[in-house]
Design a protein around this ligand. Structure first.
Ligand code: ATP
Length: 309
């Protein structure tokens, strides 16, 4: 009995280590450069989403280098259960906001609260488990499609994995590959398109079912069709459950229906409101919108002309 129980225990610990390393990989991949200097307090408690995920930035200052401030005295509240967009000129600190929320970095001064709990007081695991991220470039492991989705929730059954893929509109595609869910993807696996990669990420997210959802729109333009399908998928996920979602957006057309739009400039909030309110205000958002619409129209006209000739 003794001899048998040793290898079984050993296997159990390998499994736990594997699970842990998968979670670490998630941390690593979700928002890239995770800072090892981020430590949790010895008395850290699990994050309790008592209000449904209200996020509050209070006088936040942050820079990747102390002498180069990126966020300056930033204060803003993201209401629980709403779809919120963060927009602004390139480099103004939009993605940085998400990295701070995930505690890839800590603020230099000021505080960030989720449901009135300072995120530095809660356990890292509970914080990161509550957050689902669709990053700009979806990382895939050099492993099977199945595992790449499954790791969104390692307790999920194969049926739940398939159901998640179905809801992300990628199940049929997976089944059409010669090895189905056992197909190897990632750098050394099957080449799949950017859109398919993102749909795998969405499947993973559906399985994880996080109360907080962050979406970092890719700077490099996806084609319009892929973009629209992806947004439709994400809106579908958002519909069946109230959850706080924060969209960092470059193309304003993808977020004009947000409940709240936060406009950043040089690391501070300059305007907040709905699309309509911000257009009426005639400030930075309205300038960005007009410029984007103009260049979109020029693009469309050019495409039309090319079709005719
Ligand atoms: P974009 O619209 O171009 O994606 P953004 O508003 O999301 O930009 P951030 O990615 O938050 O901007 O970057 C804000 C500033 O911080 C930029 O000047 C960027 O070069 C700098 N920065 C971002 N990440 C790092 C990093 N890991 N180390 C040092 N500087 C960084």
């Amino acid at each position: 009995v003794f001899q048998l129980s040793v290898p079984l225990n050993f296997l159990g610990s390998v499994y736990r280590e594997l699970r842990q390393s998968l979670l670490d990989m998630e941390t690593l991949f979700n928002l890239q450069k995770v800072n090892v200097a981020i430590k949790e307090k010895p008395d850290a408690k699990a994050l309790q989403l008592t209000k449904g995920g209200e996020i509050r930035f209070e006088n936040v200052d942050f820079g990747y280098y102390p002498d180069r401030p990126i966020l300056r005295n930033l204060s803003v509240t993201i209401p629980a259960g709403k779809k919120v967009a963060v927009v602004g000129p390139s480099g103004c600190g939009k993605s940085t906001l998400l990295r701070l929320l995930f505690r890839s970095y800590d603020t230099q001064s000021g505080r960030i609260f989720i449901d009135d709990q300072d995120i530095r007081d809660v356990s890292l695991d509970s914080l990161r488990r509550s957050i689902g991220v669709v990053p700009q470039d979806t990382p895939l492991f050099n492993d099977t499609v199945f595992l790449n989705i499954h790791y969104g929730n390692l307790a999920a059954t194969p049926e739940q994995v398939h159901e998640a893929a179905r809801r992300a509109h990628i199940h049929d595609k997976i089944e059409s590959w010669p090895h189905g869910y056992e197909t190897k993807v990632g750098e050394r696996g099957l080449m799949i398109s950017g859109g398919e990669k993102q749909r795998l990420a969405v499947s993973r997210l559906i399985l994880k079912d996080p109360p907080l959802l962050f979406f970092d729109e890719a700077t490099s333009a996806l084609d319009t069709h892929t973009e629209q399908t992806l947004m439709a998928n994400i809106n579908e996920i958002l519909r069946d459950k109230a959850r706080t979602s924060v969209f960092v957006a470059h193309r304003l057309r993808t977020i004009y229906d947000a409940d709240l739009i936060i406009v950043l400039k040089e690391g501070s909030v300059v305007e907040t409101g709905t699309h309509r309110e911000l257009l009426e205000r005639g400030g930075l958002y309205s300038e960005l919108w007009t410029a984007q619409e103009l260049s979109m129209r020029e693009e469309e006209e050019k495409e039309e002309k090319e079709k005719v000739t």
